[in-house]
Design a protein around this ligand. Sequence first.
Ligand code: NDP
Length: 446
Amino acid sequence: MYSSPREFIENVKIKNPEQFEFHQAVTEVVESIWPLYQKDLRYQEANILERIIEPERMITFRITWTNDKGQVKVNRGYRIQMNSAIGPYKGGIRFHPTVNLSILKFLAFEQVFKNSLTTLPMGGGKGGSDFDPKGKSEAEIMRFCQNFMIELQRHIGSNTDVPAGDIGVGGREIGYMYGMYKKIRNEFTGALTGKALNWGGSLIRPEATGYGCTYFAEEMLKTRNDTLKGKIVAISGSGNVAQHTVEKVNQLGGKVVTLSDSDGTIYDKNGIDPDKLAFVFDLKNHKRGRIKEYAKKFNGAEYFAGKRPWGIKCQVALPCATQNEISCEDAETLVKNGCFCVTEGANMPTEPKGVEVFLKNKILYAPGKAANAGGVATSGFEMSQNSLRLSWTREEVDQRLYCIMKSIHATCVKYGRDGDFINYVNGANIGGFVKVADAMVDQGAI
Ligand code: NDP
């Protein structure tokens, strides 16, 4: 038995060397659940803590593909099947040059708690490749996706493991992967989510993570008798999550003033209104261009090369790009500039020292595993619709999404209330843990 979270985490570091993002994700959860774990003998007897951090299965594989010049290329593919205590593994696929075992293990680990918080029967997993889609032709993307699926198809299925999109994997890539899955397996089942509407996708799935994150921010503000209406909002990223977050914030009356990509940030003091957002949708999803084009197109907008949005004055910050994109200094700047609500659309975008700054200043701060769970929840709805062979209306899916975000918020409040303050980190970690840990106890030592 470990005497402290620190001792436990030291052991995790020894067993999983160099996996810094994974250590970070485990540390946050273990620190939150430690008091509960100490009190509950059932968990200790079942050794839940050591079991929950160990993936049930990790698959790595070679992806060989040919580029347009006829050159043979090799990438590494992964699927981490982290935990299936409450349902089939579920989690996205990421294509990005930074993808490695540490990043995917952290994402798979977070996914276990996130999926549990949704109340839907989904275990946790994550996968991807170090393939960089940037600068690749349409034909190269298709060939890569097909070759990725030639191996992955052996390990997934609608009752086993149901991947979805993530960074670098959107509707186009899901389409190419599903095509190959169907061809090899000779079955039309809900083995992937994020599918297009005319072949098994769900309405609102593309919007879900961004909409859900915004609903969550609105719930957080409500606890202080406030709303998004009239708030100045800084958003990072300009991909799927960022775009739909801007859309929903606009609908709720907030004013979004920033977007970014890995090259830099745009600042539009006049606000990214629906017409300007339509330009971003086209730029990013069809032309696959860079966000700096925005500043060339719209008067009054500025572009800051190599910068993140956190130096811009805002009241609400919604990080929607990637992990560790808010440093301790960024967090201090945000708070100093009057930001009092940070709701994470991305996974683990705030470094641990940044989280400390938010908690110390008692601002509203919600981690991604709670605030961005709307994406996977709607993937869960897609799975349900596929099983029923029915499609729900836009209103029905949106309403269900809204209810789930409210319920996740209520869970965070239940487990995270600390006097007048709501510690959403503890709330999300404990709320997500209990359901999975109880299921693991019920199912015996497996
Ligand atoms: P996209 O690929 O659609 O967009 C990612 C955005 O983040 C792009 O603007 C990208 O810029 C930027 N970005 C990526 N890496 C970096 C980096 N290292 N530094 C700065 N900017 C970066 O991905 P999504 O919108 O789907 O995902 C965004 C985040 O949300 C991720 O953390 C993901 O895990 C999380 N998430 C996504 C869900 C979903 O449903 N899609 C569900 C839950 C969480 P560039 O084009 O320059 O790479």
